[in-house]
Design a protein around this ligand. Structure first.
Ligand code: PLP
Length: 362
C-alpha cells in the first residue's frame, strides 16, 4: 500500500486514490493508442470523446439544463473575474457583488477595471465570518448581474441558500464548492469553478453559462476571452488542457459511483460534523471562525487562543502525517479543507488528533 498523507490542502487539493491509480494505469498507453492522452492531438477521436464525456458528466451530475453551455477553459477562476465584466457588463449597467471575503473582493476589483461595479451586500463588519443576510442584498435597477462567491475558501463560509434576483442573472464562483451538494442550476445565469479544489488537477476552469449570456459578448474583447468563441467551438477553439480535462472525467466518474452530488452532500456532512463537533465540544479550546449558520462544508476555519499553540498544532500535526492545516496567511489560524475527495478516515484522524492535542496542551 502506498503511504498517503492526511491531505487537507486548500488547493490544489486531495484527489481520490482510485482516480490517481486509474490515471497511472492509463498513463503510458491510453486505450491501446500506444501513447499517453498528453501526447495525442486534441482533434483526435479519442480526445474528442474525453472532451464530450467531461461536459456530459457535468450535465448529468449537476443537472445542467439544455439551455446552458458547459465550457472547459484555461486561466483559472481568476481570469473569469475579468472575463465576466468584459462579456457581461454593458455600458450604463452595474455589476453587483456580494462582498463575502477574499475571493469576492478579487472578483469585484477586476470588475471595477472595466465598468461600474457596486457592493450589493457585505459582511465586512463581521470580519467576513458569515454570509450576509440574503434579505439585505440591494440590487440597483440597472444591475447587469449579481455576483456571489458560493464558498469563501479562506474564511470558511458558504451560502446555505442562494438569493432570488428577480430575473437579474445570478453568477456564482463555485471554485471551492462545485458538486459538493445539489444545486438548482436553473437559478443561475452562470457558474464557474477552477478545477483544482473539487474537480481534478489545476489547469482547467469550468464555466456553465446560459445560452443567451454566452451569445452576447461585445465585439471588442479578445477572442480567447469571449464566451461565444468557446461555445461555438465546443471548447476546442485552441489547444485545451487535455490532461486536466481527462483527470476531471475520472473524478466525475468516481463521484457518480459514490452516489452523485446527493451522495457527496451526505458524505461531506458526515466528514465535517466530526471536526465541527470536536471544535464545539472543546470547551472553548478551539474556536470556529465562521458563524455556525454560515459554516462551510469544504473549508473549516478555527483558532486556538494563542498563536504559539497554533504554530505547535501545525508542527505536531505535520509530524503525525497531516498536511495543509495552516490557515491562509491573510487570516491566520487553522484551516482544514474537506473537499469531496478527502476520505472519511482523514477527518476521523484529524478529530482524534485535535482531541489529543487539547489533552496535551489544554
Ligand atoms: C481558489 C479560488 C479562486 C482562484 O482560482 P484560480 O483557479 O487559482 O484562479 C477563486 N475563487 C475561489 C472561491 C477560490 O477558492
Amino acid at each position: 500500500m502506498t503511504k498517503r498523507a492526511y491531505n487537507f490542502n486548500a488547493g490544489p487539493a486531495a484527489l481520490p486514490l482510485e482516480v490517481l491509480q486509474q490515471a497511472q494505469e492509463q498513463f503510458v498507453d491510453y486505450h491501446g493508442a500506444g501513447m499517453s492522452i498528453m501526447e495525442m492531438s486534441h482533434r483526435s477521436a479519442l480526445y474528442e470523446q474525453v472532451n464530450n464525456e467531461a461536459r456530459d458528466l457535468l450535465r448529468e451530475l449537476f443537472g445542467i439544463p439544455d439551455n446552458y453551455q458547459v465550457l472547459l477553459l484555461q486561466g483559472g477562476a481568476s481570469t473569469q473575474f475579468a472575463s465576466i465584466p468584459m462579456n457581461l457588463l454593458q455600458p450604463g449597467k452595474t455589476g453587483s457583488y456580494v462582498m463575502t471575503g477574499s475571493w469576492a473582493d478579487k472578483a469585484y476589483k477586476e470588475a471595477k477595471l472595466f465598468g461600474e461595479a457596486a457592493i450589493a451586500a457585505s459582511s465586512e463588519e463581521f470580519k467576513f465570518n458569515r454570509i450576509p443576510d440574503l434579505s439585505s442584498i440591494a440590487l440597483p435597477d440597472n444591475a447587469a448581474y449579481l455576483h456571489i462567491t458560493s464558498n469563501e475558501t479562506i474564511e470558511g463560509t458558504q451560502f446555505q441558500a442562494y438569493p432570488d434576483t428577480a430575473g437579474v442573472p445570478l453568477i456564482a464562483d463555485m471554485s471551492s464548492d462545485i458538486l459538493c451538494r445539489p444545486v438548482d442550476v436553473s437559478k443561475f445565469g452562470m457558474i464557474y469553478a477552477g478545477a483544482q479544489k473539487n474537480l481534478g488537477p489545476s489547469g482547467v476552469t469550468i464555466v456553465i453559462i446560459r445560452d443567451d449570456l454566452a451569445a452576447n459578448s461585445p465585439k471588442t474583447i479578445p477572442t480567447m476571452l469571449r464566451y461565444d468563441t468557446h461555445a461555438k467551438n465546443d471548447s476546442l477553439y485552441n489547444t485545451p488542457p487535455s490532461f486536466s480535462v481527462y483527470m476531471v472525467t475520472l473524478v466525475l466518474k468516481w463521484l457518480k459511483e459514490k452516489g452523485g452530488v446527493a451522495g457527496m452532500e451526505q458524505f461531506n456532512r458526515d466528514k465535517t460534523k466530526l471536526i465541527y463537533d470536536t471544535i464545539d465540544n472543546s470547551g472553548g479550546f478551539y474556536r470556529g471562525f465562521a458563524d455556525p449558520a454560515s459554516r462551510s462544508l469544504m473549508n473549516i476555519t478555527f483558532r486556538i487562543h494563542s498563536e504559539e499553540l497554533e504554530k505547535l498544532f501545525v508542527k505536531e500535526s505535520e509530524a503525525a502525517g497531516f498536511v495543509g492545516l495552516k490557515g491562509h496567511r491573510s487570516v491566520g489560524g487553522l484551516r482544514a479543507s474537506t473537499y469531496n475527495a478527502v476520505p472519511l478516515e482523514s477527518c476521523q484522524a484529524l478529530a482524534q488528533f485535535m482531541a489529543e492535542f487539547q489533552k496535551r496542551h489544554g
